[in-house]
Write a protein that binds this ligand. Sequence first.
Ligand SMILES: [Zn+2]
Ligand SMILES: [Zn+2]
Length: 126
Amino acid sequence: MVYKASKQRELIVSHLRDMDGHISAEQLFKRINESQKISLATIYRNLGILVELKEIKKIPLDDGFVYDKTCAPHYHFYCDTCATLFDLENTDLVKVHQTLQTESVIGEIDTYEVTIKGTCINCKKN
Ligand SMILES: [Zn+2]
Ligand SMILES: [Zn+2]
């Protein structure tokens, strides 16, 4: 089935809503293709549009990107062992952002990206 651009975007958004965590274009591609045909290029194009519309955030990783449905400022923890990106809810870290925002002489903060790396609890156990 062929979708017009907006229909394809709706399809992508509805699948994103059903998926947990931070999602790669490849994961989305596999998931949608279980029920209908969509090309990886189409997924990349529409994810790009959604990032521009600020509906999702693009998070750079060592070997590509994942997309985040949570656009509100938050920090990430990346596990090098299982390659999973976790959200950090630490309020002290958000305070750093607020301090920078109110006291910074550099300028106004538009967006920022902080990813702390390490080994997650699950991987530490093994
Ligand atoms: Zn891990
Ligand atoms: Zn996140």
